[in-house]
Design a protein around this ligand. Structure first.
Ligand code: AMP
Length: 181
C-alpha cells in the first residue's frame, strides 16, 4: 500500500496532456504548491534525511527548483544558490551547456556562490532525462562543491535521469514516480 505522503503528493499533482508539445504528459506542480498540506509534506519529506546534518547550501534550478529549494534552505538553515538560464545572473558566472529533449541550452551559476568543500544539496521539481540536473551537477563540481544529494519531488524513471546523475557519483532522492514521459 502507498504511504499517505505518496498518496498526498500524487493526488496534488495535475497532469496536462500534450503540453508543451504533443505526446508530453506535463506534470504540473503548481497545484501541489497551491495546496498548503501537500507543499508542506513535500518540503518536509525532502528535508527529513538531512535534519541535524551540516548542509551549507541548497542549489535550486530555475524556476520551480527555486520555490522548493528556498523552503528547504530555510528549514535546514542553509544558504541558497540559484542556478539560472544564461544571461540572468549579474556577476561573474560559470556556464555549462546541457541537453534538452531537442537541442541544447546553457545554464549559469555565480562563481562565488559556492566555496570549495561546501556541502550542497541540488533541488528541482522533477527529473526526466537528467540533462538539466547533470548540467547543474557539473557547475557545482567545477566550483569544488561536495554534492550530498540531488532531490526531486517527481521521477520519470522511464527516461533514465536517476542513473545519469548517480553515474556522476551523486545520490538521487525522489518522492513519487510516474510511468512514461
Ligand atoms: P530533464 O533535463 O529531461 O531531466 O528535465 C527536467 C526539467 O524539465 C525539470 O526542470 C522539469 O521541471 C522539466 N520537465 C521535463 N519533463 C517534464 C514533464 N513531463 N512535466 C513537467 N516538467 C518537466
Amino acid at each position: 500500500m502507498k504511504s499517505s505522503v505518496e498518496e498526498t503528493l500524487l493526488a496534488a499533482i495535475r497532469t496536462i496532456p500534450d503540453y508543451p508539445k504533443p505526446g508530453i504528459l506535463f506534470r504540473d506542480i503548481t497545484t501541489l504548491l497551491g495546496n498548503a498540506r501537500a507543499f508542506r509534506r513535500a518540503v518536509d519529506e525532502l528535508v527529513h534525511p538531512w535534519a541535524g546534518s551540516k548542509v551549507d547550501k541548497i542549489a535550486g534550478i530555475e524556476a520551480r527548483g527555486f520555490i522548493l529549494g528556498g523552503a528547504i534552505a530555510h528549514q535546514l538553515s542553509a544558504g541558497f544558490i540559484p542556478i539560472r538560464k544564461k544571461g540572468k545572473l549579474p556577476h561573474d558566472t560559470v556556464r555549462v551547456a546541457y541537453s534538452l529533449e531537442y537541442g541544447i541550452d546553457e545554464m549559469e551559476m555565480h562563481k562565488d556562490a559556492v566555496k570549495p568543500g561546501e556541502r550542497v544539496i541540488l533541488v528541482d521539481d522533477l527529473i526526466a532525462t537528467g540533462g538539466t540536473a547533470e548540467g547543474a551537477t557539473k557547475l557545482l563540481k567545477q566550483m569544488g562543491a561536495e554534492i550530498l544529494s540531488a532531490c526531486f519531488v517527481v521521477d520519470l524513471p522511464d527516461l533514465g535521469g536517476r542513473r545519469k546523475i548517480e553515474a556522476l557519483g551523486v545520490p538521487v532522492r525522489t518522492l513519487i514516480a510516474f510511468e512514461g514521459h
